[in-house]
Design a protein around this ligand. Sequence first.
Ligand SMILES: [Zn+2]
Length: 235
Amino acid sequence: MAGWKVRAIERFLNILARLLFPPKCIFCGKVLSINVNVEICADCIKEVSFIDDMDIRSRKFWSRKNWYDGIICVYQYNSVVKSSIVRYKFYNRSSYYRTFGKILADRIKKTIKISDFDLIMSVPLHKNKERRRGYNQSLLISKVLSKELGLRESSSLLIRTKDTGSQSLLNRKDRLENLKGAFKVRSEDAIRNKNILLVDDVMTTGSTIDECSKVLKKAGAAKVVAAVIATGRKY
Ligand SMILES: [Zn+2]
């Protein structure tokens, strides 16, 4: 079939899907008009707490040595942002990935020079956890970013070999211990000398991102910059 016909059919199906399942604000659930680009209502845009700094690494608490070279983050992890991400991860609202991906893509474009980067990848879930959840929330966002930024989606190069369970109740020291040896690079050749954007949904203590960055750097990555939707770090 001719390319324009395929595109016309895709467009039609897209409109049909939006009529049947109208877009809703990912924060408050309000129904939005069918042609919105980002599924957030005008009230919630005013409500949420953005992080102003483009690269939050400049904050004082990053003074200790980290393996990553920078963090790009959009929101504070509180109120409606927090409940939305919890729904996204644990209550099957996988469709939020479109909006989270677009918001994060905008922030990344404003923060770094995309052409300096080679690959984009997500923090992997252990295969058992991904099977239970049905999707990897960070991988879905990474796929949107790959499209929006024109970077090769390379999440399959990094795997999680250890099922670390939930980290949320552990303190920083125990998290680090629990994460030791949890990640592995599949092909060092594909990583060597590459500048990598590493995607995750939320950063709490930063230990997961740091452990992934360590594994990537040890495999020869030149630079690792993390991109996350929200952070729970207080400052
Ligand atoms: Zn809203």
